[in-house]
Design a protein around this ligand. Structure first.
Ligand SMILES: [Mg+2]
Length: 274
């Protein structure tokens, strides 16, 4: 995995020869540092400023793609002219038009039922947060004592299992989070590809930045199509490049803003690492 700034010249060239740029950005851990309580995550005013500029920049499209629901994301990011992708791709909002993956809404009653059971059974484990995301449900355990985590996982597993066996949910894992998702083959990767394809002839140069397991689906889906960037200490990942932390993501976005899209014909050789 190479550091993005080490291949900056190639990125510059790719931008010059692109007609459009599609920036696909995860939220938690990518644009904001991970916090104990998910509700406390806050976009810094600096990051918000950069995103606002990028959203207005000619030739740029900015999409935020997160496990959070869109209504939750919109509390955190108050920027117009960006595309919101929530619940790992199950909901998309673009220019005021909303898309919900058709089968996802069928899961709403199941999620409600699960929420009741989880809240009752996890009451005794201090620090657990059960989050209702409408078409999904998340159990956050970042604040749970380490010694209580095995019990939490066992309990959640026992509750999820019958629902999973009946084909009502699938289970997702992330950073200190266990999730129930609609039993659909749909993920951030499929949503990212769908967005990219929607630009048709414009064939944007795409960037995908993410820090967690669910972003790996997007890294695979965009392999060979876009520039995939893992955010964090380099590890085994499907991404080709990395940035060390949220701070570097900010610098990267600022640097991108300074570049020009299109206007120069540059042939990218096969040798080019980007
Ligand atoms: Mg993340």
């Amino acid at each position: 995995m190479q550091h993005v700034f080490n291949v900056w010249q190639n990125i510059k060239k790719r931008l010059w020869s692109a007609k459009k740029v599609l920036l696909l950005l995860d939220f938690d851990g990518t644009l904001t540092p991970i916090v104990k309580r998910p509700r406390e995550a806050e976009l810094s005013s600096e990051m918000e400023g950069i995103l606002k500029f990028l959203a207005k920049k000619k030739g740029f499209e900015v999409a935020i793609i997160s496990g959070r629901s869109i209504s939750d994301l919109k509390q955190k990011i108050k920027i117009r002219n960006i595309i919101y992708v929530g619940n790992h791709g199950l909901e998309i909002e673009r220019k005021g038009e909303k898309f919900i993956y058709p089968q996802a809404s069928k899961s709403i009653p199941t999620m409600k039922e699960l929420k009741k059971i989880l809240k009752a059974k996890l009451r005794s484990i201090k620090g657990t947060i059960v989050e209702d995301k409408r078409v999904g449900l998340a159990v956050h355990y970042r604040m749970v004592k380490n010694s209580d985590v095995p019990e939490l996982k066992r309990t959640v597993g026992q509750i999820f299992r019958p629902f999973m066996e009946k084909g009502k949910i699938k289970i997702g894992y992330g950073k200190k989070i266990l999730e129930a998702k609609p039993p659909i083959i749909w993920d951030k990767g499929k949503a990212a590809s769908m967005l990219l394809d929607s630009f048709k002839q414009e064939k944007p140069l795409s960037f995908y930045l993410g820090d967690d397991k669910t972003d790996e689906d997007a890294f695979s889906a965009l392999d060979g199509k876009g520039i995939t960037v893992f955010v964090g200490k380099p590890r085994k990942s499907k991404a080709k490049f990395f940035l060390k932390n949220v701070g570097e993501v900010g610098i990267f976005l600022k640097r991108l803003f300074a570049l020009k899209v299109g206007g120069r014909k540059t042939r990218c050789t096969k040798k080019s690492p980007v």
